[in-house]
Design a protein around this ligand. Structure first.
Ligand code: PLP
Length: 401
């Protein structure tokens, strides 16, 4: 039996996999089992941002795994404290809860907001508050709570009932947010750049207004930066592009350089809402994952790299706009920030993704028609030129069909 038959036989069929088996990764490249080399402009869904098997990350994993792989959160862990201190230094002296994934980071944020709302009651009737306003086309994870917060019906089908207490507003529409505020609202949860939803970028004025609304109504502002954080937009955190500070920030994906780790970072007075026993995770803050994450943060916070992300990102968008002019019958829009970029097509995108794969380029398609580019943050203009040439070829073939 080949690997695709074995996968079908032994693994839940929840992923539609591309017909390729990767066996090696280094920097921006991957190799399959036949030795074919690929340029990775997807980074394992924004995970391998510092490149595959970054030597500093590998070294940290090796060193830590030779010393101690796991104890428990019932004891102190040096790499965990060190990583929390780094994150705190980057996020307003905040405190951190460590988990293993993005969904769990959001789960913690939701619990934190609900407990905060139950203590910080409605000023008029003194009732606890628990409602969270999220957004249409958002994506916050696959657990029942984070799916309840996800504003896309396609993820909800067949999994009812969902958690109550989530309301949805239109992205970039303040009036629609105001409509959803009730005496029970405790927080607003938003991705500054929606990833899965199609690379939808929040407008500056919109996030600024959200901050004002939160301050006026005593609501928590939660930014899900699981996909758009940690350098992806050319700043350490996406909110820095807006000059708007959230109260709670969730990160995961690229934090562990490929190892599973999530973090919920909250301003200290808010973080202290959760007390002993209120939340926990067996593996959260595992020392090997934390050691890898420390190296990732060191690499990404390098100003040169952040500058490169902005510059190469702008160059990439410019080149894609050139492609849009050339292939205007196929490309509807090009949008992005830093190295989080999408092409909205007038046709379905999966055929283009497959053709790119055949030509040794990894990209992704979301929302059926949006080609999503999440390359490692270490790419350069030459890599962009390579990608543009491949896309041009694929689109030319598409036009001549
Ligand atoms: N939030 C955002 C913005 C995401 O993009 C994702 C995953 O794509 C998640 C949350 C969920 O993360 P995970 O798959 O690690 O649970």
């Amino acid at each position: 039996m080949n690997y695709s038959d074995l996968e079908k036989k032994y693994i839940f069929q929840t992923y539609k996999r591309n017909p390729v088996l990767f066996v090696k990764g280094k920097g921006k490249y991957l190799w399959d089992d036949k030795g074919k080399k690929y340029l990775d402009f997807f980074s394992g869904l924004s995970v391998c941002s510092v490149g595959h098997c970054h030597p500093k990350v590998v070294e940290a994993i090796k060193k830590q795994s030779e010393k101690l792989i796991h104890t428990s959160n019932l004891y102190y862990l040096k790499p965990q404290i060190e990583l929390a201190k780094m994150l705190s230094g980057m996020f307003f002296g905040g405190k951190v809860f460590f988990s293993n994934s993005g969904a769990e980071a959001n789960e913690c944020a939701i619990k934190l907001a609900r407990k905060w709302g139950s203590i910080n009651k409605n000023v008029k009737n003194k009732a606890g508050r628990y409602e969270i306003i999220a957004f249409n086309d958002s994506f916050h994870g696959r657990t029942i709570a984070t799916l309840s917060a996800t504003g896309q019906k396609k993820f909800h089908k067949d999994f009812n009932p969902f958690l109550s207490g989530f309301k949805f507003a239109e992205f970039n529409n303040i009036a629609s947010v105001k409509k959803q505020i009730t005496g029970k609202t405790c927080a607003i949860l938003i991705e500054p750049v929606q990833g899965e939803g199609g690379i939808n970028i929040a407008e500056k004025g919109f996030l600024k207004e959200l901050r004002k609304i939160c301050d006026k109504n005593k609501l928590l502002l939660i930014f899900d930066e699981i996909q758009c954080g940690l350098g992806r937009t050319g700043k350490m955190f996406a909110y820095e592009n807006y000059g708007v500070e959230p109260d709670i920030l969730t990160i995961a994906k690229s934090l562990g350089g490929g190892l599973p780790i999530g973090a919920t970072v909250a301003k200290p007075n808010i973080a202290d809402t959760l007390k002993y026993g209120d939340h926990g995770s067996t593996f959260g803050g595992n020392p090997v994952c934390c050691s890898a994450a420390i190296e990732v943060l060191k690499i990404v916070s390098n100003k040169k790299l952040l500058k490169n992300i902005k510059e190469v990102g702008e160059y990439f968008i410019l080149k894609l706009k050139g492609l849009q002019n050339k292939h205007s019958s196929i490309i509807k829009d090009v949008r992005g920030i830093g190295l989080m970029i999408g092409i909205e097509l007038k046709i379905e995108g999966k055929g283009i993704v497959s053709k790119c794969l055949e030509k040794g380029l990894l990209i992704n398609c979301t929302q059926d028609k949006i080609l999503r580019f999440l390359p490692p943050l270490i790419i350069n203009r030459k890599d962009v030129d390579t990608v543009i040439d491949i896309l041009d070829d694929v689109l030319n073939a598409q036009t001549s069909v």
